[in-house]
Design a protein around this ligand. Sequence first.
Ligand code: SF4
Ligand code: SF4
Length: 326
Amino acid sequence: MAKPKVAFYWNASCGGCEEAVIDLNEDILKVVEAVDIVFWPVALDFKKKDVEAMGDGEIAVSFINGAIRTEEQEEMVKLLRKKSGLIVAFGSCSHLGGIPGLANFWDRETIFTRVYKTVPSTANPNGIVPQQKTNVPEGELTLPEFYDTVKTLDQTIDVDYYLPGCAPPPDLIMNAVTAILEGKLPEKGAVLAPEKSLCDTCPRGEKKPEKLSIKEIKRPYEIIPDPEKCFLEEGIICLGPVTRSGCGERCINANMPCRGCFGPTKEVIDQGAKGLSAIASILGVEDEEKMTEEDTKKLIDQIVDPAGLFYMYSLPSSLLKRKRMA
Ligand code: SF4
Ligand code: SF4
C-alpha cells in the first residue's frame, strides 16, 4: 500500500520548527517508515515544480511553519493548500504570527530604513535597499515582494489544524502524526494541545497565594526568582494565566516566566489584551485604597515595552493585527 505523502515547508520563521522535527530523535524513523516525505526544502532537494506536478490533494498533510511575510511565501502556501488534503499550521509563527509578527509595529519602509540604512553596524553609503527587479549584465534578477504586514497562515489559506509552540514539543508532534495516520483527528480548526491554561499545569500554581498583588514589577534579569514561587508573586510578569498548556512548562522549569508561545486557550479571543487585563487586575490591589494616580502610573511605567511583552507571539492574530502607520 502506498504511504501517505507528507510535506514540510517554512516561511517567516527562525528554523527552530524544522529542528523540532529532528528533535523527534529515533521517533523520526517511525515517521519516515509510515509516510513518504515529498517536499521538505530545508532538508531534501525537492523543487517547487515537483509540487506543481502533483495532483490536487495528493499530499496527505502539509506541516507549514512560519508567518507569511512575502509574496513567495503566499504563493507557496497557496500551492500547498491546493495539493494537500490537510494543512497543519506548525508552531507559533504560523499559528499566531510569532516573533516575526512583532514587525507589525512597523511597515516595510520603516523596516528597510532601519535595517539597510540606520543600523550602526551597516555600511551602505548609497542607501541601497532590496528591489524587486534588478538588471545585471546576465539579465534581470527578481526578489519576491516584502509585504507591509505579517500574516498568520490562516489569514492566507484555509488551515485544518494548529500545532502550537515555539517550537512545538516532540510529544505533541508525535501525537499529531499518530492521530493523522490513525484518522483520529478532532474537529477541523482544533489546536492539537491540551485545553487547560499553563497555570493549571504549572508546578508553581499550587503555591500561588489566594490573592496576588504586585507592588513592584521586575524583569527576569533583575532578580534570581525563587523556583518555588509563582513569578507573579515576585512581581515578574508571566503569561501563564492566558496561555494554553502542553509545552511541559519549558520556560518555568528553566526559571523563566511564560511569554505565551502556545497561544491563548479556547475561551480567549485576544491573548495580549487578556494578559494585560489579568496583570492589571493584580497591580497594587493590596494597597489600592492608598494608591494615588501617580503611584499607579509609576507602577505601570515599570512594564517595559508592554505591547511587545503582551503580544510577543500573537500580534498578527490579535484584534488589532498591526499598528496603524501615520
Ligand atoms: S503565573 Fe506563571 S509561574 Fe505562576 S502559576 Fe501561572 S504559569 Fe506558573
Ligand atoms: S512556558 Fe510559555 S513561552 Fe515557554 S514554552 Fe511554555 S508556552 Fe511557550
